[in-house]
Design a protein around this ligand. Structure first.
Ligand SMILES: C[S@@+](CC[C@H](N)C(=O)[O-])C[C@H]1O[C@@H](n2cnc3c(N)ncnc32)[C@H](O)[C@@H]1O
Length: 237
């Protein structure tokens, strides 16, 4: 196989992320196999990409993959934590995928405190995106897009853009349900909300009692179901 014919295969979650990125210079944080940077360059969605990796072993894998694809001129790989190895205003967007929402939110918050967070952020977390939605509201980023992608479980993919004022994505929605399950997903009645809500209901209903946190979580599930016009019986089928 020649370098030019090597195309890493992205799973549906990373294919979705790929389609949401377009920039002159982009950074992929926690790049590991570097599949996303390679495809971003190969598809022309990005002119230059910086792949950041915390650990030496995956960074070495990324180096081999980028060399195999013949893209060492366009993809720069840096060892480091989150946005730390970047310069302020060096990139127009960043992505971080395949990690927990709390970890990603922590990286974004530290990057913002250091003045390195660009105006567009594309993330895919492996758990509830609640921490990311709360981070965005506090950090002055609005939700530009969100979806769920089928996989081992429904993977949340979210795009945030820096903007002034209150995020209009949440207008006229029940707040707790929108923060936990996604304002755009609720508005569109996304089909993959059914297993997400069924899972949350199954987890919180047995432990719910007045004053308990499980009750607040269950109330948010019920709020979402009422908004969607769905019943518990329907989503558990
Ligand atoms: C589960 S892998 C995901 C790889 C790829 N992004 C994907 O979605 O398929 C997470 C990668 O992020 C790296 N990582 C974790 N925390 C990081 C941080 N704070 N900064 C940079 N890389 C990080 C890990 O070393 C690991 O290679």
């Amino acid at each position: 196989m020649t370098a030019l014919s090597f195309q890493p295969r992205l799973d549906p979650r990373l294919e979705t992320v790929l389609g949401l990125i377009r920039a002159d210079t982009h950074a992929d944080l926690g790049t590991d196999h570097a599949g996303l940077p390679i495809r971003l360059i190969q598809t022309g969605r990005v002119r230059h990409c910086i792949g950041v990796e915390l650990n030496a072993q995956p960074l070495e894998l990324a180096r081999r993959q980028v060399a195999r694809a013949g893209r060492t001129e366009q993809i720069e790989l840096r060892l480091g934590n989150g946005l730390a190895p970047l310069q302020p205003r060096e990139v127009q967007s960043v992505s971080m995928t395949g990690l927990g929402a709390g970890t990603i939110a922590g990286v974004l918050a530290r990057g913002q405190a250091d003045g390195k967070l660009p105006p567009r952020v594309v993330v895919q977390c492996n758990d509830s995106p609640l921490a990311l939605r709360i981070w965005a509201q506090e950090a002055g980023y609005h939700l530009a897009a969100e979806t769920l992608v089928a996989g081992y479980w429904p993977y949340p993919v979210l795009v945030f853009e820096q903007a002034e004022g209150t995020d209009p994505a949440y207008t006229d929605l029940p707040e707790a349900a929108a923060l936990r399950f996604g304002p755009q997903l609720l508005r569109e009645g996304h089909e993959l909300l059914r297993p997400v809500l069924a899972d949350a209901y199954g987890r919180y209903a047995p432990a719910a009692a007045p004053g308990r946190s499980a009750q607040r979580e269950l109330d948010a599930v019920i709020e979402a179901l009422v908004y969607l016009g769905w019943t518990v019986e329907e989503i558990r089928q």
